[in-house]
Design a protein around this ligand. Structure first.
Ligand SMILES: *Cc1c(COP(=O)(O)O)cnc(C)c1O
Length: 402
């Protein structure tokens, strides 16, 4: 918390807006609409996952349908497809942006039509670590086949492609305000909608899909997904520092780029061209498989307890230290070396098509996401990371190399 969150919450509570609805929800949505450029309408929801879910509902996704999802992502991009009884079809990434490969997307669409006789119901590209996807090409292909695009910009709050804010290109755009995202409402998300009518439809689904009678009358299945007024108050406080946060993430990224540029075997993930302006929500790097890191012969010797990266929630205990798809030994050794120095890093996200729960899903792959998962690492980035700490992190990285 660093903005004026407490002021907004106190003012809301003083006027008895502890109930879910209230003026801060409306104001927060208005502020978000302005932030993304003023041409769209925004619905504030309980999470980014809920936003993905409702966007799919609004695109008419139902049991047996297929939805194309970037495989290199966090599970919240694809799980809501499964909630609806539909099938995520995974598409791999291109090398430079790390996000959905447009050529592979088109090949996948053609192949699904050939194999099933049906066109996929939606396409979900993901701004992984904040990096924009090749949205001009993705939109061109999607429009040609008449498939709506749901942009998962949960990690890409404030990132732009050719100067336009992510989340405003597709029919819907997903934002997340989870505790670890660019801005937080302690837990929350939003859906960027094309117009007032579609925002109303989303809000209707988000508030249990009630018909207008003096009693509860339901003609569709709804959800309890509306953001509470208290969370929106936190969001309003965060909006006062959003630009600062993004600028700081970009600053930390540029410092890593500068300090790591002459370290052989370590490559920072950077904006691949002038069209891209990542928010650098997370700063990421890849390690050359030939790079030797101290202690790598001992990587994966121990079963991990709890989730790597301090993820909130409950994890199942596991009995094996390894899986058939995991980061290289030198990456795990680097993670352990940083950890020993009090620095939290973590692997890149494991591609969905390699997750056991999706083992039977169709996947169109080119090796890019698997290779990134094997070689990549997320370095500390965030509003509280100082220049001095970045220097300490880079020094620790240098020391850990043999
Ligand atoms: C965080 C995240 C989401 C979901 O957001 P929650 O608010 O945590 O539900 C969706 N997609 C991606 C890529 C994310 O990183």
């Amino acid at each position: 918390m660093c903005g004026r969150e407490i002021d907004f919450i106190r003012a809301g509570l003083a006027e008895d807006w502890a109930v879910p609805l209230g003026p801060d929800c409306d104001a927060f949505e208005q502020e978000l609409e302005n932030f993304v450029g003023g041409t769209k309408r925004v619905a504030a929801l309980v999470s980014g996952t809920a936003a993905v879910h409702l966007a799919l509902v609004a695109c008419g996704v139902g049991a047996g349908d297929e939805v194309i999802v970037q495989t290199f992502t966090f599970c919240a991009s694809s799980h809501p497809v499964t909630y609806l009884g539909a099938v995520p079809v995974f598409v791999d990434s291109e090398k430079d942006s790390w996000n959905m490969d447009p050529d592979m997307l088109e090949a996948a669409i053609r192949d699904r039509i050939a194999k099933t006789g049906k066109t996929p119901k939606a396409i979900i590209p993901v701004a992984l670590y904040g990096m924009p996807y090749r949205i001009d090409r993705i939109m061109e292909i999607a429009d040609r086949y008449g498939i709506p695009v749901i942009e998962d910009a949960a990690e890409g709050f404030g990132s732009t492609f050719r100067g336009q804010t992510l989340g405003t290109f597709g029919r819907y755009g997903v934002l997340s305000f989870n505790g670890n995202k660019m801005i937080t409402t302690s837990g929350g998300g939003a859906l960027i909608c094309p117009d007032e009518a579609s925002r109303n439809e989303i809000m209707w689904y988000a508030t249990q899909a009630r018909e207008s009678y003096p009693y509860y009358q339901h003609e569709a299945i709804g959800y309890n997904y509306r953001m509470s007024n208290i969370c929106a108050g936190i969001g309003r406080g965060q909006m006062t520092v959003a630009d600062e946060h993004i600028a700081h993430h970009r600053h930390v990224q540029s410092l890593y780029e500068e300090l790591l540029k002459d370290v052989e075997g370590i490559t920072m993930h950077t904006n691949p061209g002038p069209e891209y302006d990542s928010n650098f929500w997370l700063c990421t790097a890849t390690l050359d498989p030939e790079l030797k890191v101290k202690g790598q012969e001992n990587a994966y010797r121990q079963v991990v307890t709890g989730a790597v990266g301090g993820a909130a929630g409950v994890t199942h205990a596991t009995s094996t230290a390894v899986t058939d798809c995991q980061p290289n030994d030198n990456v795990e050794a680097m993670r352990m070396a940083l950890d020993a120095a009090g620095i939290e890093s973590r692997p890149l996200w494991k591609p969905m098509h390699k997750q056991p729960v999706y083992r039977n899903n169709p996947a169109y792959t080119n090796g890019v996401s698997e290779s990134l998962f094997a070689t990549g690492i997320c370095l500390p980035a965030g509003p509280w990371v100082t220049d001095e700490q970045v220097r300490y992190i880079v020094a620790t990285i240098r020391e850990s190399i043999l």
